[in-house]
Write a protein that binds this ligand. Structure first.
Ligand code: ATP
Length: 364
């Protein structure tokens, strides 16, 4: 049985010349956890993963596997398995030889290798492909072979760098489900790099959202989705994205007045608790997810005009024009609406998030 370990990154820094790719990253991954590193291109995800694998050396900081400091250890001493975007199967080897290769280099005897390859290929449902060469496999099959090869020697840590991005949409979903299933079944501590927020939300136990080499938020998928701690995370997570509208705030006895350029909304203070005093001069951002905006019959609610209606299948995306701003809402059912129709909208006040515009910080 594989040893299940926790991983700790302590004040990790990686510089390439004067580029700071990883800028003081700290996190703790629990044993068996599926941890995603999520962020836009160039935010330092791959570099962080390569540091954990031992393929890059840290400029500063420490990497611990349980109580063992692995910061300056060679990759092979760390016992990690990595799967990249371009599976990198050996083209001249059969599937069986590819899967057995990590055992062969570890000088495991032939019978043992044959047994392990058989077991692992069964687990990955590729037993019927063992004699084929990689060029005789579909993208999804190649990916399973790469996973099987990574897993055959039961590593302590599994590292993925966008392993699904070469697959078409249908196969990506299928492989994602498969990955999720076998990771929880095996319980191997996993770090998964992706720029695709939906993939991170679907797969991970916890997500670290990165920008410019720094962590902006760490949380469960639900936490980062419902309570993005800054306006960058709010904008990055969610599809369709959160509505983020510039506003000014005003304290008015029992209410907080939200002043948009064209209209105002009054929210009772018991629905929205700010952790900072309001500054009348400051710019703020009002955030609300599309599923928390509703069409209303009440004439006193916010007036808007329907700009576009897009059918997404189970839901419908409606974009509204409110003065110069656009607001998106999603509906469970395709109710009777038309472009240019005038409607009122209201918000679920409990789901409103207020950010300071300058710092981007959440203040409620
Ligand atoms: P992507 O999703 O595009 O792969 P990423 O978030 O994985 O991006 P990294 O590949 O970790 O980002 O790169 C982070 C920063 O470090 C980028 O500015 C990149 O140009 C720089 N960088 C990465 N590797 C090197 C290198 N070997 N030499 C110089 N700069 C590098």
């Amino acid at each position: 049985m594989t040893e299940v370990i926790g991983i700790n990154l302590d004040s990790l820094v990686k510089k390439f010349g004067n580029v700071i790719a990883v800028n003081n990253i700290n996190f703790n991954i629990k044993p068996g956890e599926f941890f995603a590193l999520l962020g836009p291109s160039g935010c330092g995800k791959t570099t962080t993963l390569r540091l954990v694998a031992g393929l890059e050396e840290a400029t500063e900081g420490r990497i611990m596997f349980d109580d063992e400091d692995v910061t300056y250890k060679e990759p092979k001493e760390r016992d990690v398995a990595m799967v990249f975007q371009d599976y990198a199967l050996y083209p001249h080897m059969t599937v069986a030889e590819n899967i057995g290769y990590p055992l062969k280099v570890r000088k495991i005897n032939k019978n043992e290798i044959r047994k392990k390859v058989k077991e692992t290929s069964k687990q990955f449902k590729i037993s019927n492909l063992l004699e084929r060469k990689p060029n005789q496999l579909s993208g999804g099959q190649q990916q399973r072979v790469a996973l099987a090869r990574a897993l055959v020697h039961q590593p302590k840590v599994f590292l993925f760098d966008e392993p699904l991005s070469n697959l078409d949409a249908r196969l990506r979903l299928e492989s994602r489900t498969f990955l999720k299933h076998f990771q929880s079944e095996l319980g191997i501590t996993t770090i998964y790099v992706t720029h695709d927020q939906s993939e991170a939300l679907a797969l991970a136990d916890r997500i670290a959202v990165l920008k410019d080499g720094q962590i902006r938020q760490i949380g469960t998928p639900r936490e980062v989705y419902e309570n993005p701690s800054d306006s960058f995370v709010a904008d990055f997570i969610g599809d369709p994205p959160m509505n983020l509208i510039d506003c000014k705030l005003e304290d008015n006895k029992d209410n907080i007045e939200i002043h948009f350029p064209e209209t105002s909304v009054s929210i009772p203070k018991n629905k929205i608790k700010l952790n900072k005093p309001i500054d009348l001069m400051k710019d703020y951002i009002f955030g609300i997810r599309p599923e928390n905006v509703f069409i209303s019959e009440n004439e006193s609610d916010i007036k808007s005009e329907i700009y576009a209606i897009e059918t997404l299948g189970a839901t419908t995306l409606v974009t509204l024009q409110v003065g110069n701003s656009r607001v998106r809402l999603t509906l469970e059912r395709n109710i009777d609406l038309e472009i240019e129709q005038l409607v009122q909208i209201k918000f679920d006040y409990n789901m409103v998030r207020i950010y300071e515009k300058e710092s981007g910080s959440l203040i409620n």
